[in-house]
Write a protein that binds this ligand. Structure first.
Ligand code: NAD
Length: 452
């Protein structure tokens, strides 16, 4: 009999369903099936592979509401977010459906012959997904990997396997061959770790905590396995006094409390120029109090619960030691709720200023000038994203160039667009996902010289 694990609705703490826990032997068998499916999949003509990806996108599009409902129940996401997330999988599939027919090599002028390059698929790619954005992060891995001619084994997080399992069924329904995309729910230490150690898996795409990411990277080194890491963050939202302060304050809650702060791009540190500090906080307070924190079954909910009791305790632990300026509201009773919380800091050594909370908590600190803002923003091991609010376009560009982070927005807090590269500096990651070059990261560049 196969072991199972229980999947819970985080808004109510009630069990939703049981999901099989893939064993080591089943993982090996799935990897072998994916390797067996690879030669036929890479041989599918580019136009046919493109059509198939578009068919999967169309089937996903027809099931956006169903997928969104699964995520509302399983991950506590708001309806608006969950629909966007399902739509993002469709959009990534459509975008990367353009890739098979455009995986161009080069013809490089050399003496004595002709030189050609090819982008060859790697083989089996293992994608390891965290619980915070189960659908998009799965799609950012499997869509470009499949487009480049690889087969994929994918492990969703233990807490949130339902949408990935459904996406795999929908892909089969759309006509993807057996073994080309396999979803294996189960434990990180069993299934995820096997992706790292199994020699037939030629690349691992890992998104999750920096601690586990380091283990994955070290494990991949054993076989010089290709690896992409998308890890944690402690991103800064830098607000200059010359900014539209009302707009900056209105945007700041969503920049950190979206998905209850369980977002690697969360702007969890707000840096405000000292002369605007009091005014900014006065504008921020009503915006935080107005946030509708409700069971996401309610379509008007703007923020749901945390994913688990463990995450709730962890976040509450951070708040206990901090200076709380004000909070929003949260439902009482069952479910893993924490209200949106704003704390003030004056010492960059404070734990709440340094560590990734991964919950609805933001720390605010004043700064004196541009150089001070950049130094504070960069005083972290992370470097994933960040925002700069200013009315001075020269300053916006200077600061954007100076902040050590992969994804910055000026007068905006949006980080993720499937058209543009996404990834981290420093300990926030290695490599980039999304954007026009993503399929290249799932290929080897081969050079062929033909002597005349
Ligand atoms: P986690 O590292 O515990 O787990 C992530 C995934 O790795 C899960 O599927 C888990 O089962 C698997 N895993 C666990 N141990 C493993 C092992 N030894 N070998 C292989 N796989 C293993 O992280 P989490 O708690 O799921 O997610 C929260 C963290 O992820 C936060 O720190 C957050 O910042 C980070 N994150 C980063 C991004 C990004 O794009 N940069 C996106 C989402 C989450």
């Amino acid at each position: 009999m196969t072991d199972t694990f229980t999947v819970v609705n985080p808004a109510t703490a009630r069990p939703l369903t049981e999901v099989p826990a893939t064993t080591l032997a089943q993982t090996d068998a799935a990897i072998e099936r994916a390797a067996a499916a690879f030669p036929a999949w890479r041989a599918v003509s580019p136009g046919d592979r493109a059509s198939l990806l578009r068919r999967i996108a169309a089937v996903v599009d027809a099931h956006v509401d169903e997928l969104a409902e699964l995520e509302v129940r399983n991950a506590g996401h708001t309806w608006g977010n969950a629909r966007w997330e399902a739509g993002n999988v469709r959009d990534c599939l459509n975008y990367y459906a353009g890739a098979p027919e455009r995986l161009f090599g080069r013809q490089i002028p050399v003496p004595g012959g002709t030189d050609l390059t090819f982008h060859e698929p790697l083989g089996v790619v293992g994608v390891i997904v965290p619980w915070n954005f189960p659908m998009p992060i799965a799609g950012w891995g499997f869509a470009p990997a499949l487009a480049a001619g690889n087969t994929v084994v994918l492990k969703p997080a233990e807490l949130t396997p339902l949408t990935a399992l459904r996406l795999a069924e929908l892909a089969l329904e759309a006509g993807i061959p057996e073994g080309v995309l396999t979803v294996l729910p189960g434990q990180g230490a069993v299934v995820g770790e096997r992706f790292v150690t199994h020699p037939l898996v030629r690349k691992v795409c890992f998104t999750g905590s920096t601690a586990v990411g380091k283990q994955v990277m070290a494990g991949c080194a054993e076989q010089v396995k290709r690896v992409t890491l998308e890890l944690g963050g402690k991103s800064a939202n830098i607000v200059f006094a010359d900014a539209d302060l009302a707009a900056a304050a209105a945007a700041a809650p969503a920049a950190v409390f979206d998905n209850a702060g369980q977002d690697c791009c969360a702007r969890s540190r707000i840096l405000v120029e000292r002369s605007a500090y009091d005014e900014f906080l006065a504008l921020l307070e009503p915006a935080v109090r107005a946030l509708r924190v409700l069971d996401p079954e309610d379509e008007t909910s703007e923020m749901g619960p945390l994913i688990s009791a463990r995450q709730q305790r962890r976040v509450q632990g951070y708040v206990e030691g901090a200076r709380v300026a004000f909070t929003g509201t949260a439902p009482e009773g069952a479910g893993f709720w924490v209200p949106p919380t704003v704390v003030t800091c004056d010492d960059p050594g404070e734990t709440i200023w340094r560590e990734e909370v991964f919950g609805p908590v933001v720390a605010v600190m004043p700064f004196d000038d541009e150089a001070d803002a950049v130094a504070l923003a960069n005083d972290t091991d992370y470097g994933l994203s960040g925002s700069i609010y200013t009315g001075d376009v020269g300053r916006a560009l200077r600061v954007a160039r100076a902040v050590e982070a992969g994804n910055l927005s000026v007068n905006s807090h949006a980080s993720v667009r499937y058209w543009t590269p996404f990834g981290g500096y420093k300990q926030s990651g290695l490599g980039r996902e999304l954007g026009p070059d993503a399929p290249m990261a799932f290929t080897e560049e081969k050079n062929v010289f033909i002597a005349h």
